[in-house]
Ligand binder design. Structure first.
Ligand code: AR6
Length: 171
């Protein structure tokens, strides 16, 4: 199962997978960080489709086409803002990953790439977020045999190191 999980250091918009996940905000109308990079690379058609969706609550996810991206689809999810950890943040983050895997399954997607949801502007501590990401990957792989490849995209070498260490603990 572990062989289906890959850690990639770099820019998620370059990946050729069935879907890349966007760490969006609840408006789904774009922003900074990975959200800005995805909208820039996908082109204005992505924003036009997002406008038709009408937003997304924290912990949920919505799927669109990928337009000019090499990825066929974008799954937009809204992570929690870190407020110290006692405001339901872990459950919301887990819910983001679960809803992304659910949409992937419903849409017949086999390969998916995730950024480290909530760990940028939203301030979720990387190590804690990484553990949730990998635990949910393990349970998604256990329950969905069609899921062939999960890529975790680390934007820095430090983040990549945390993913690698956490892999040892979770898998
Ligand atoms: N490829 C992969 N990872 C990236 C990239 C990229 N091109 N760019 C940044 N990251 P953030 P959040 C990493 O802030 O914390 C937006 O404005 C980054 O290093 O993008 O969920 C939205 O509109 C970090 O580890 O998302 C929301 O308002 C991770 O992606 C808000 O930010 C997530 O950082 C969401 O905040």
């Amino acid at each position: 199962m572990r062989e289906k999980v890959e850690i990639f250091q770099g820019d998620i918009t370059k990946l050729t997978v069935d879907a890349i996940v966007n760490a969006a905000n609840s408006s789904l109308l774009g922003g900074g960080g990975v959200d800005g990079a995805i909208h820039r690379a996908a082109g204005p058609e992505l924003l036009a489709e997002c406008r038709t969706i009408g937003g997304c609550p924290t912990g949920e996810a919505r799927i669109t086409a990928g337009y000019r991206l090499p990825a066929r689809h974008v799954i937009h999810t809204v992570g929690p803002v870190w407020q110290g950890g006692n405001h339901g943040e872990p459950a919301f983050l887990r819910s983001c990953y679960r809803n992304c895997y659910r949409l992937a399954r419903e849409s017949g997607l086999a390969t998916i790439a995730f950024p480290a949801i909530s760990t940028g502007v939203y301030g979720y501590p990387m190590r804690l977020a990484c553990r949730i990401a990998l635990e949910e990957a393990k349970s998604a792989l256990e329950s969905n045999p069609e899921l062939a490849r999960i890529v975790f995209v680390a934007f820095s070498p430090e983040a990549a190191g945390i993913y690698r260490e956490t892999m040892e603990e979770v898998f």
